[in-house]
Write a protein of this length. Structure first.
Length: 713
């Protein structure tokens, strides 16, 4: 219904806008047609006024040509006769109101001139090539417009031939300045006289004279009316928008135009549009009102029918519902109870009416409090609905059962104001108890299995170590057999040299000592690999372990020409571990780095860095050992930390160094990784948890309580 109402309103609005546009277009067309017709009338009046003003001087050339003194002057051009005719022309000029009158001979020279007093030099000027002289010599009544602007007023020349019988003797000329026509056309409004090149000669606005049309008109466009006529609308430099209508006067070489302000047309169009739109909207709203009133009457009747049907359905639903329903008044007394509620509480529906609902609820349970508060606020403004609250119901025989109870306000009808719904959840409670027992048993079994798996994992790790020791037995035999054979040989030599040179004996004893240290190192690695990690961990500073480890490599670093660079060594950083195992990590990593650069001709560099992890500076310590060697074959990267994996020749190592390092780092809850450097060589990175003392923890509670903190995550 709402969408239909919106659609109807949209349709009325669209029709109103369409009708408004049509009315606006018709009003504009009609008003513009009227304005065009008025402009045509004004244009015609302007042309008539201009013609009339010019025609008022056309008799003068003919009148001069008929004067006997003028004719005698042309027959006998003497000075005295010319002066007499000039005075005659002067008087005639004053009477006629023309600008100047003159008489020209056959050669086009002036014999007499009405303004002879002011312009004596005029007699020296020849008019033989002027259009008005040529027209008169050809027997025509000449009309010529001199539109040349040279500081003087633009003039119109009227001429007539002078005959003696049929013989042409000269020309009578009348000159009229346009300023004289301006005075006669002042009663006309909004007109323009301009030449073909667009120069304005006369205009109703004096400021427009001498200007060109492009200077007066900023822009223009064409409009087409319904009758097929085309209109020119122009914007003047003054900001006024006008209808421009022009007609050409070929005999004068002019164009006459009138301008009509179109503001009344726009005002008429807008007024018509406003009236049309307002009328359409008013009519549409009236139709909507009539329709809505009709629909409201229908809706009221349908509502009454629906309420009656709903009441019947509600009673049927309540009586057949599978949940208990009880209706209460504002005092909490039972006014209605459905059969399911009677069955749940074991009471008769007729006998329980009028009793307080509290009698059906066990009050010794702690869940009774919220329900009691809700029931105590029945009928007051502080009442708040109660939904799915667990409580204990009391049957008529004294037994109890768990239930979900809800109390909500009903629509005020007679004395049934509040509805109580009751759901017996005895079966659900039994299932929840059984499920809880099953969960407890399952958790106990999971705990036992987890503990057993942890113990099995510990034993499996130790068994794997022992199996690795068995796999390496052949390598150990080879490694120990060589130094033992050499020792026996050197000892035999020593027996023969007891009475000989003591220096050779000392050298053999030194070799025996080196071989013994080599065997000790092999057995120490095996011992470290086989033993379990210590149970107790203590705070250890990686910087101290590094210093102690570097002492062992001082001579080798110097002899091999290795440049040692310790980039960072923060003495405040600590981890949880044991100093011996951490030294073992440094010793193995530094030894591998030195071995990787063995035999290189390029510069050898060993870089060690101990600093807080940039990603988690408060939670982790990052240790990196980099070398400038040949790097690691990408195929071997995934096997670096496997026991007995080595790329060295037999006799140079067992392949347990990195495996021992990886085992120690894992025991310390850390991580180790290896990668090739872009600039060459390899880099081993160890990340260990940072140890924070108790005072530091207390001073940074805000960080540790943050769920996004690395230690909390």
């Amino acid at each position: 219904m709402k969408s239909f109402r919106s659609l109807l309103f949209t349709l009325i609005l669209c029709l109103s806008l369409l009708l408004t546009w049509w009315v606006q277009h018709q009003a504009y067309d009609w008003s513009m047609t009227r304005l065009k017709e008025q402009g045509e009338d004004r244009l015609l009046n302007t042309i008539i006024g201009l013609r009339t003003a010019i025609d008022s001087y056309k008799y003068l050339p003919f009148l001069i040509s008929q004067n006997k003194d003028v004719q005698e002057l042309l027959l006998y051009p003497v000075l005295d006769k010319g002066a007499e005719v000039s005075r005659f022309l002067e008087q005639m000029n004053l009477v006629s109101g023309a600008t100047a009158l003159l008489v020209l001979d056959l050669d086009g020279r002036a014999l007499s001139y009405s303004r002879w007093r002011e312009e004596q030099s005029f007699f020296l000027k020849s008019h033989a090539n002027t259009p008005y002289f040529t027209q008169a010599r050809n027997g025509e009544q000449g009309v010529y417009v001199d539109s040349t602007v040279d500081g003087k007023a633009t003039s119109i020349y009227l001429s007539a031939p002078i005959y003696d019988a049929n013989r042409f003797m000269g020309v009578a000329v009348v000159r009229i300045d346009l300023s004289q026509l301006q005075d006669k056309l002042n009663q006309l409004e909004e007109f323009l006289l301009f030449t073909d090149n667009g120069r304005v000669l006369l205009a109703s606005e004096v400021d427009w004279r001498g200007q060109r049309l492009p200077e007066l008109i900023r822009s223009s466009d064409q409009r087409l009316l319904s009758d097929g006529s085309e209109l020119a609308l122009k914007n003047l430099s003054s900001g006024e928008r006008v209808l421009f209508q022009a007609v050409a006067l070929p005999d004068l070489g002019w164009q006459v135009a009138v301008t009509s302000n179109i503001y009344p047309v726009l005002s008429t169009r807008n007024t018509a549009a406003f009236i049309s739109l307002g009328g359409c909207l008013a009519l549409g709203l009236l139709l909507l009102y009539i329709r809505e009133r009709h629909l409201k009457n229908i809706s009221r009747q349908e509502t009454r029918d629906a309420l009656e049907s709903s009441e019947r359905q509600q009673r049927d639903i309540i009586n057949n519902a599978h949940v208990g329903m009880i209706a209460l008044n504002t005092q909490g007394s039972i006014r209605f109870i459905n059969p399911m509620a009677s069955q749940q509480f074991g009471v008769g529906s007729e006998r329980i009416l009028g009793y307080a609902v509290q009698e059906l609820i066990a009050g010794d349970d702690e869940s009774f409090g919220p329900l009691q508060r809700t029931l105590s606020r029945l009928g007051s403004s502080g009442f708040a609905p109660l939904t799915a609250h667990e409580a204990v119901g009391k049957r008529s025989d004294g037994s109890q059962f768990p239930m979900l109870i809800s109390v909500k306000q009903m629509v005020a009808q007679a004395d049934m104001l509040y509805l109580v719904t009751v759901i017996d959840i005895t079966k659900r409670k039994r299932l929840e108890a059984a499920l809880q027992r099953a969960n407890d048993q399952l958790e106990h079994k999971v705990l036992e299995r987890t503990q057993a798996l942890q113990e099995a994992q510990t034993e499996l790790v130790q068994a794997e170590k022992m199996a690795a020791l068995g796999r390496m037995s052949s390598a150990v035999v080879h490694e120990l057999n060589q130094p033992l054979t050499a020792m026996r040989t050197y000892l035999a030599i020593c027996r023969h040299l007891l009475n000989d040179d003591n220096s050779m004996l000392a050298e053999n004893l030194t070799l025996i000592d080196d071989l013994t240290q080599r065997m000790a190192l092999i057995t120490q690695q095996l011992k470290t690999f086989a033993f379990k990690k210590p149970d107790a961990l203590v705070p250890v500073k990686p910087v101290n372990a590094l210093d102690q480890s570097l002492v062992l490599f001082r001579d080798r670093i110097s002899q091999d020409g290795i440049q040692l660079v310790v980039e960072s060594r923060d003495p405040t950083l600590e981890i949880l571990g044991d100093n011996a195992r951490l030294e073992q990590v440094f010793v193995n990593l530094i030894k591998n780095a030195c071995d990787a650069m063995k035999g290189l001709d390029t510069d050898k560099a060993l870089a060690i860095r101990i600093a807080a992890d940039p990603q988690y500076p408060e939670a982790q310590v990052r240790i990196s050992v980099s070398d400038s060697g040949g790097g690691i074959d990408p195929v071997n990267l995934k096997h670096l930390f496997d026991p007995f994996f080595t790329t060295k020749s037999i006799g140079d190592g067992l392949g347990l160094g990195l495996s021992i390092v990886s085992s120690i780092v894992q025991d310390l809850n850390g991580q180790i990784s290896a990668e090739n450097r872009v600039e060459g060589g390899a880099c081993f990175t160890v990340i260990l948890p940072r140890y924070v003392c108790a005072q530091s923890v207390e001073s940074s509670n805000d960080d540790t309580l943050n769920p996004d903190h690395p230690e909390n995550s």
